[in-house]
Design a protein around this ligand. Structure first.
Ligand code: UGA
Length: 443
C-alpha cells in the first residue's frame, strides 16, 4: 500500500471515526481540532463522546495520529486535506457552511505548487464543491489543487464499523489525479488491522467505489438520508393505520422484510426519527429543491409525518391516563438513539418538556449522564420509576429491553407503559402485570 499523509479538520463523529479508520489502515493522519476542551481530551488519549469501539481503537493506532489545534504544520506534509466540520442548520433550514469556509481561510494561504487534494466529507448542499473551488482560485490563483466531494454515511453508535467497512465509498471529482489518490486512500481500509469486535464485519467483497460528479456526490448524501427517513415515516404511517384497523405493525414488518426489494432496515415503527442528521438533512434537501424551483412533495410529507408522530403516539397514553395534568411520568431514554450520548434533536428531551408543559410531573432516566436543562433527571432506574403513574420508553437502550419489568413494576403506582420504540415484548409485559401500549401493535 501507499502510505499517505492526511490532514483531517474536525474531530466530531465523522472526523474522529474516519481518522481512526484511516490510521488503522496504515495512513498517517494529522487531526485538527479547534475546540480546546476536545483537543485536550484527545491529546490525553480520551475520545470526547460515547462511541462503541472508538476509544480502544484510538489508543491502538496512536502512533499514526498526530493531534493539533491548527493545520499550518500538518499541511506541509499532507497530500490530502479532509474537511469533516459541522454544517448545522441555519434559521432558514439550509446548511450553515461557516465552519467549512473558516477552515478554507486557513488552508488557502498554505497552498502552492505541490498538488493538494481537498476532500469534503461534511454534508453540504449541491454546488458547494464548485463554490470551494472558486473560493480557493480567488485566494490562491497559482496554487495546484483539486476538490473532491466524498460524503460520509456512518451512523452514530456504530461509527467506527461504518467508517472502516462502508457499504460504498463515493468519489465526487472529475480530476483523474484526484481519483487515483482517493483510490490509494481507501483501498487499504478492507485490510485494516481492526479491533477484534469488528473483525467479523470485514467485507469479503471489495468495497464498491463509485466515481461520480461532485454535484451527484453532494446530492447522493441527502438522497440517502431522505430515503431512510422516508422508510421510517412510511412504517410509522403503517403503524398508525394498524392502530386504526386492528392489524399489528410488527407482523407487517416481518412480511415486508422478506421482500428483498424492500428490505427490513429502517422499518422500526416508533415515535419518529431524531438526531443531528435526518431532521436537518431532510429540511435542507427540501430547501435545496425549492431553491432549484422544485417542490419535493414526498419529502415534505416525510417531515410532517415525523413531527406529528410523537404527538399521535402520546395521545394513547393521554387517553389511558385521562389527561396528563398532575400525573407522574417516567421518561426512559434521552439520547436520540442507544449507544450514543448525543442529545441533539432528542425526542426524549422534547417529550419530557411537552409533558411538563401539559402539567405532568416528569422524571427522566438515561444510561448516560445526560442532564438536560429544565428536566428532573436521575441515573437510577428504580428511583425514576418509583411511584409513577406511567412510564414512556423513548430510546431503546438494552438496559430497558433486558430489565426485570416484574420487579420494576412493583415500584410503580400504576403499571402502565408506553413503549415508544416497540422494544419490549407485549406478552412479557402483560405477564409482568403491565398495561402495555405500543406503536401500531396489538397489546
Ligand atoms: C444517519 C444515517 O443512518 C447515516 O447513514 C448518516 O451517515 C448519518 O445519519 C449522517 O448523516 O451523518 P444517525 O443519525 O447516526 O445516522 O442514526 P440512525 O441510526 O440513522 O437513526 C436516526 C434516527 O432514526 C434515530 O432517532 C432512530 O431512532 C430513528 N430510527 C431508525 C427509527 O425511528 N426507526 C428505524 O427503523 C431506524
Amino acid at each position: 500500500m501507499t502510505r499517505l499523509e492526511i490532514t483531517m479538520v474536525g474531530a466530531g463523529y465523522v472526523g474522529l471515526s474516519s481518522t481512526v479508520a484511516l490510521a488503522l489502515a496504515g495512513h498517517r493522519v494529522h487531526l485538527i481540532e479547534r475546540n480546546i476542551e476536545r483537543l485536550e481530551a484527545l491529546q490525553s488519549g480520551q475520545i470526547p463522546f460515547l462511541e462503541p469501539d472508538l476509544q480502544s481503537a484510538f489508543q491502538d493506532c496512536q502512533k499514526n495520529i498526530c493531534i493539533a489545534a491548527n493545520l499550518t504544520k500538518a499541511l506541509k506534509t499532507s497530500s490530502i486535506i479532509m474537511l469533516a466540520v459541522g454544517t448545522p442548520p441555519t434559521p432558514a433550514q439550509g446548511a450553515d457552511l461557516s465552519q467549512i469556509f473558516a477552515a478554507l481561510e486557513d488552508v488557502a494561504p498554505l497552498l502552492d505548487q505541490t498538488p493538494k487534494l481537498i476532500v469534503v466529507k461534511s454534508t453540504v448542499p449541491v454546488g458547494t464543491n464548485a463554490e470551494i473551488r472558486a473560493f480557493l482560485n480567488s485566494r490562491a490563483p497559482n496554487a495546484l489543487f483539486a476538490v473532491a466531494s466524498n460524503p460520509e454515511f456512518l451512523r452514530q453508535g456504530r461509527a467506527l464499523r461504518d467508517a472502516l467497512f462502508p457499504d460504498r465509498i463515493v468519489l465526487g471529482t472529475s480530476e483523474p489525479w484526484a481519483l487515483k489518490l482517493l483510490h490509494q486512500l481507501y483501498a487499504p481500509l478492507q485490510h485494516a488491522s481492526v479491533p477484534e469486535t469488528l473483525a467479523q464485519f470485514r467485507p469479503t467483497q471489495p468495497i464498491p467505489m463509485l466515481e461520480v460528479s461532485p454535484e451527484s456526490a453532494e446530492l447522493a448524501k441527502y438522497a440517502a438520508n431522505a430515503f431512510l427517513a422516508m422508510k421510517i415515516s412510511f412504517i410509522n404511517e403503517i403503524a398508525n393505520v394498524c392502530a386504526a384497523t386492528g392489524a399489528d405493525v410488527s407482523e407487517i414488518k416481518a412480511v415486508l422484510e422478506q421482500d428483498k426489494r424492500i428490505g427490513g432496515d429502517f422499518l422500526r415503527a416508533g415515535l419518529g426519527y431524531g438526531g443531528s442528521c435526518f431532521p436537518k438533512d431532510t429540511r435542507a434537501l427540501s430547501q435545496i429543491a425549492l431553491r432549484g424551483g422544485y417542490e419535493f412533495r414526498l419529502l415534505r410529507a416525510v417531515i410532517e409525518v415525523n413531527s406529528e408522530q410523537r404527538f399521535r403516539v402520546l395521545q394513547q397514553l393521554e387517553r389511558r391516563l385521562g389527561g396528563f395534568r398532575g400525573k407522574r411520568i417516567a421518561v426512559l431514554g434521552l439520547t436520540f438513539k442507544p449507544n450514543t450520548d448525543d442529545l441533539r434533536e432528542s425526542l426524549g428531551v422534547d417529550i419530557a418538556l411537552e409533558l411538563q408543559a401539559r402539567g405532568a410531573i416528569v422524571t427522566a432516566h438515561d444510561p448516560t449522564p445526560s442532564k438536560p436543562e429544565g428536566i428532573d433527571f436521575t441515573s437510577d432506574l428504580n428511583a425514576c420509576l418509583t411511584g409513577v403513574d406511567a412510564a414512556i420508553l423513548v430510546t431503546e437502550w438494552d438496559e430497558y429491553r433486558n430489565a426485570n419489568w416484574k420487579d420494576l413494576g412493583r415500584l410503580m403506582q400504576r403499571k402502565l407503559i408506553l413503549d415508544g420504540r416497540n422494544a419490549l415484548e407485549p406478552r412479557d409485559m402483560l405477564a409482568a402485570g403491565f398495561e402495555y401500549l405500543g406503536v401500531g401493535r396489538k397489546s
